[in-house]
Write a protein that binds this ligand. Structure first.
Ligand code: ADP
Ligand code: MG
Length: 335
């Protein structure tokens, strides 16, 4: 990037200047025969692998606010939420496609920051930006990301494979991102940890791949809408119910401290979305191997419950042993 260009407006660069500016920052990989610059990308897939495809749309003032985040983090998050879907199937992320509707008031520096965040995130995953589309948007910033990943057919992990009596696990901690969001909504500045988790989530690709390749899990999903809501999808597709232990839901030290002072946020933390952790089911005889994996990856894997018959629905057992039925609700755009 030439620093003397950074004061140009996006309008001066034009569509092809913008694309060229993005292309120059991309490192190509062996699996990309044709990358940015032709009518289509041409990429290769390893023999015996399935192509995984996922798309995510991020709309200003629906998914993010430009005054709440910075463009570098927005770039990272736009990639991370998409990569997280590949993680949730146990796959390797390979090729990404980035569509942007650029708001008029966006500067060249902001576009560079966005691109740099996006590329840092996908480079960390070993993936390559192979194409996209660039348009002007009259008011708000629109981002549409498609990822192509791959997985050996025999390792594919779907939502429908859980069995009765399987354990239910979640990685990392839950609720930090939602706590950042409520603080932002109240006009407060979220603490560093909550802000980091909200603006810059980590896709759990290594975990997803280890669970899939080790044939350890039976069903998996990434936590985007909240653990109850996302577990609800596994239960529905696997035709099961679940019992969850409230005290086992893993909260960060920062979240525990925050909830001690703000108990009214407890439900928000437990139900909160956008943690991008992995929620998975596994047969009980894999407990030791899963504990071992947590040590290897230095990522907590917490057993939060077990799968039961569908007619029992989803229930939460609190510290006193009291059981309450819970609804599989989380964030829903159309509610
Ligand atoms: P077309 O007219 O065929 O849609 P474009 O002129 O839009 O082609 O795009 C030219 C090339 O630049 C294509 O390879 C396209 O995939 C790539 N491209 C366009 N926008 C982006 C973007 N935001 N990020 C990455 N690649 C892009
Ligand atoms: Mg185009």
């Amino acid at each position: 990037m030439n620093p003397v260009e950074t004061h140009n407006s996006l309008g001066q660069l034009g569509e092809f200047g913008l694309i060229e500016r993005i292309r120059r920052q991309v490192t190509n990989s062996n699996s990309v025969t044709v990358g940015i610059g032709d009518d289509c990308a041409a990429t290769t897939l390893e023999p015996g692998h399935l192509l995984l495809t996922s798309k995510d749309l991020l709309i200003e003032d629906v998914h993010f606010r430009r005054d709440w985040t910075n463009m570098y983090h927005l770039g990272r998050k736009s990639a991370a939420v998409n990569l997280s879907d590949i993680a949730a199937m146990g796959g390797q992320a390979n090729h990404l496609f980035l569509g942007v509707g650029l708001a008029k008031d966006l500067s060249e520096t902001e576009l560079d920051q966005f691109t740099s965040g996006f590329l840092d995130e996908i480079n960390a995953a070993g993936a390559t930006l192979c194409g996209g589309d660039t348009c002007r948007s009259p008011h708000s910033l629109l981002i549409s990301v498609t990822v192509h990943g791959s997985i050996a057919a025999e390792h594919l992990l779907c939502r429908n494979g859980a069995h009765q009596d399987d354990d239910i696990y979640v990685s990392g901690t839950i609720g930090d991102s939602a706590l950042a969001l409520v603080q932002l909504q109240r006009g407060e500045t979220p603490s560093g940890h909550f802000a980091q988790r909200h603006h810059c989530p980590t896709p759990r690709l290594a975990l997803g791949q280890a669970l899939a390749q080790g044939l350890l899990a039976t069903a998996m999903i990434d936590v985007s809408d909240g653990i109850f809501s996302d577990l609800g999808h596994i239960l529905e597709q696997s035709q099961l119910g679940a019992q969850l232990f409230q005290e086992q839901i893993p909260l960060s030290a920062a979240a525990k401290k925050h909830l001690a002072d703000n108990p009214q946020d407890t439900d928000t933390a437990r139900r909160g979305g956008e943690d991008y952790e992995l929620l998975f089911c596994a047969p009980t005889h894999h407990r030791d191997r899963i504990d071992q994996l947590a040590i290897e990856l230095q990522l907590p894997l917490t057993r939060i419950g077990c799968c039961v018959a569908a007619d029992q629905g989803m229930s939460l057992i609190d510290a006193t042993g009291q059981q309450q039925q819970i609804q599989a609700t989380g964030f829903n755009h159309f509610r």
